[in-house]
Design a protein around this ligand. Structure first.
Ligand code: 2KA
Ligand code: SF4
Ligand code: MG
Length: 248
């Protein structure tokens, strides 16, 4: 079964070297691989080209839809592993879309990469709704879990899966990264934190925004809220450095 990746331009898989821009590993040089497809539809999603294909009418901020052919590329796992290895990763960030939707292909790809780079650190960016089978779970060093709150526009019945949230709350490999667009969004975080017993040291609040000015403006009110509740913040370093582009 091939692995389906997003593209930076038609026919070019989104595999790139950059600095981890978000979460607890911010600032670390890493290789990124972006998988196509998602099971949610956040109205402010910054990677709608991974899921909002022509004919998908679910509401999205930009209203833009994307031709599947130009925005997806199916690769043999060996070919994908080669492309990743060409960038000589010691840290790999697997993102999407929702990468855990392609568990079987991901297991194959990651095992191939690890067979050449045995000390590879593997982080997965996930929306926290999809269970990774054991064969995949055991390959992962760090989960960056970003559960989607009410303001994402997804029904809670799809976005918040209690059994998954409890699993990550109990797993020291999992860090929670909540996207915050307005101060009231933090109330949803506090409810989830209490309900699942998520340790404060594994909770980060991240401003929603795809330009430096918005991030900076929102960080101004977000930082004192985080301080008040003893939570952490994370910025989006790659946006400040490069802007909202693919492949960075
Ligand atoms: N540099 C960089 N860091 C990131 N951390 C999470 C990303 C994502 O899109 O999931 C991302 C991304 O797209 N670029
Ligand atoms: S879960 Fe992530 S990739 Fe999926 S729609 Fe939401 S922001 Fe986009
Ligand atoms: Mg991103």
């Amino acid at each position: 079964m091939p692995i389906v990746l997003a593209t930076t331009e038609p026919g070019e898989p989104e595999i790139f070297a950059s600095l981890q821009g978000e979460g607890p590993s911010t600032g670390r040089p890493s290789v990124f691989v972006r998988l196509s497809r998602c099971n949610l539809a956040c109205h402010w999603c910054d990677t709608a080209y991974t899921w909002r294909f022509t004919g998908d009418e679910r509401p999205h901020r930009g209203g833009e839809s994307y031709a599947r052919k130009a925005n997806q590329i199916a690769m043999d796992e060996r070919e994908a592993a080669q492309a990743i290895l060409a960038l000589v990763p010691d840290r790999l960030v697997v993102t999407g879309g929702e990468p855990l939707l392609q568990a079987a292909a991901l297991v194959k790809t990651l095992n191939l990469v690890r067979s050449v780079q045995p000390r590879l650190h593997i982080e997965v960016e996930t929306n926290g709704t999809v269970e990774a089978p054991r064969s995949l779970d055991t390959l992962i060093d760090q989960y960056n879990v970003s559960p989607k709150l009410q303001h994402s526009g997804n029904p809670a019945s799809l976005a918040l899966v209690p059994e998954r949230l409890q699993y990550y709350a109990n797993d020291p490999r999992a860090f929670f990264k909540f996207v915050i667009a307005k101060p009231e969004d933090v109330n949803d975080v506090l409810v989830l934190k209490r309900e699942y017993g998520i340790p404060a040291a594994r909770v980060q609040l991240m401003p929603e925004g795809t330009d430096s000015q918005t991030l900076r403006h929102r960080m101004h009110w977000l930082a004192p809220i985080a301080q008040k509740y003893g939570l952490r913040v994370t910025d989006r370093l790659h946006i400040h450095i490069y802007g909202d582009l693919r492949g960075v």
